[in-house]
Design a protein around this ligand. Structure first.
Ligand SMILES: Cc1cc2nc3c(=O)[nH]c(=O)nc-3n(C[C@H](O)[C@H](O)[C@H](O)COP(=O)(O)OP(=O)(O)OC[C@H]3O[C@@H](n4cnc5c(N)ncnc54)[C@H](O)[C@@H]3O)c2cc1C
Length: 394
């Protein structure tokens, strides 16, 4: 067997452990990498014939540990998860790049938050105050300072913030590099295999007849497999129904007039990558189709151009829609399900790229070492005891 991916201590408890991961998005692949690094024998299944069938490559790749969570007063566990993920992302990025032998465009430029109106100035003040209260680095910037950082910003921008530790990646590159790193380190990638049924017993059996000690469900917004016992009776996993949230995105040609930083506006964002500049995104709860609506795309461009006027004329390269895997309380489901040996890594909603390395640690801690860290407790997949309503907000 090829060597386990280095960088995590090989756990004595992984000896002889075979783990199947269902879903090869960023969550499944990151969990597979971490479990392989701890010495387990791991196989990943995906229904797509290539990597990238799910939300991951349709995302903006922003790692918004501060922007996303600073002002979410009632989401302390999510803020802690975001903060931890933000802290470990630089190491994770380096590890993936090293193991794969290629880059993921991990950018340390930081993110800007900009304001045009009095209401938006008060919005950014709230973000700055919340960052300071939580010890998150933040810098207030005048319009002139913003212009020095991003000359293409509109003259209407009155002020803003720099969040120096909010980073970004190209999520399509992350997925490719994770796939390469896993293949090089002995993880089987079985693409074009939709897993609709798993038979439980002393071991779990997948439809190709292979047997595993553990199953990790990382199907994003996709349908979960059915679990049946050795005599055909259905096994209940106790997971709530997924809440799809459609997001449409516009990709404009990259060029000298485009910004270098991620720019957040009150309604939308601009995320520049080497090959294009992304302008996002809609948030359509309950929708799981991937139709692109031209009016919605035009609206994304219009909003982006309020911050960076060059967006109004930039050439459109493409546009798309993806489905964020939501949950009834907007927090992920990470940990053991009602079926012993079956673990969830689901429901990462609008922050799956950010959360991926933290989720991978939690899954490996539980599936291999049987440990539930204090950080993980709030994301127990069985916190919904009535199949939908959250008993408490994590
Ligand atoms: C427009 C948009 C913008 C976003 N921007 C950001 C952002 O900037 N930052 C951020 O952190 N997050 C962002 N997100 C959210 C992020 O994309 C998701 O949270 C993340 O990609 C979820 O990853 P995942 O691996 O759980 O799911 P996915 O990437 O969807 O992967 C799930 C995989 O499981 C496979 N699958 C499903 N069912 C089965 C089955 N039964 N058998 C086998 N395979 C199966 C699918 O084919 C798929 O490949 C954005 C999302 C969208 C839509």
């Amino acid at each position: 067997m090829p060597p386990a991916a280095p960088a995590s201590p090989v756990s004595a408890k992984s000896a002889g452990l075979r783990i199947a991961v269902v879903g090869a998005g960023i969550i499944g692949l990151s969990a597979a990498l971490e479990m392989r690094a701890r010495g387990a024998d791991v196989v990943v299944y995906d229904s797509g014939t290539d990597l990238g069938a799910g939300a991951t490559i349709r995302s903006a790749g922003m790692l918004g540990a501060a922007f996303e969570w600073a002002v979410e007063e009632d989401q302390k566990a999510l803020a802690a998860l975001a903060r931890h993920a933000g802290m470990i992302w630089p190491d994770f990025a380096g590890r993936v790049e090293r193991l794969a032998g290629g880059g993921i465009e991990f950018s340390r430029e930081g993110a800007l938050v900009v304001a045009r109106t009095a209401a938006e100035i008060s919005w950014i003040e709230d973000i700055a105050a919340a960052c300071q209260a939580r010890g998150l680095p933040v810098q207030r910037l005048t319009a002139a300072e913003l212009k020095r950082l991003e000359p293409g910003l509109s003259d209407d921008i009155r002020g803003g913030l720099l969040l120096p530790e909010d980073r970004q990646v190209d999520s399509s590159l992350v997925l490719q590099r994770l796939g390469a790193a896993l293949s090089r380190h002995g993880v089987g990638l079985r693409l074009g295999r939709k897993i609709e049924r798993i038979v439980g017993g002393a071991l779990f059996q997948t439809p190709d007849g292979d047997r595993f000690n553990r199953i990790v469900l990382a199907t994003g917004a996709g349908a979960l497999p059915e679990f049946v016992g050795p005599r055909g009776a259905s096994l209940a996993h106790g997971l709530p129904v997924s809440v799809p949230v459609k997001g449409q995105m516009l990709a404009l040609a990259a060029g000298a007039a485009m910004p270098r930083h991620v720019i957040h506006m009150r309604e939308g964002y601009i995320a520049p990558k080497a090959r294009w500049t992304l302008v996002g995104a809609t948030s359509e709860r309950g929708r799981q189709d991937v139709e692109v609506d031209r009016a919605a795309i035009a609206d994304l461009r219009r909003r982006g151009a309020l911050a960076v006027p060059a967006l109004a004329q930039a050439e459109e390269v493409t546009s798309w829609a993806g489905v964020r895997p939501g949950t009834p309380d907007d927090a992920p489901l990470i940990g053991q399900t009602a079926i012993p040996g079956v673990f969830a890594a689901l429901g990462h909603f609008r922050n799956g790229i950010l959360f991926a390395p933290a989720t991978a640690e939690i899954v490996a801690d539980q599936a291999i070492d049987g440990k539930v860290s204090p950080l993980a407790a709030a994301f127990d997949p069985l916190r919904f005891d009535n199949g939908g309503e959250a008993p408490h907000s994590p």
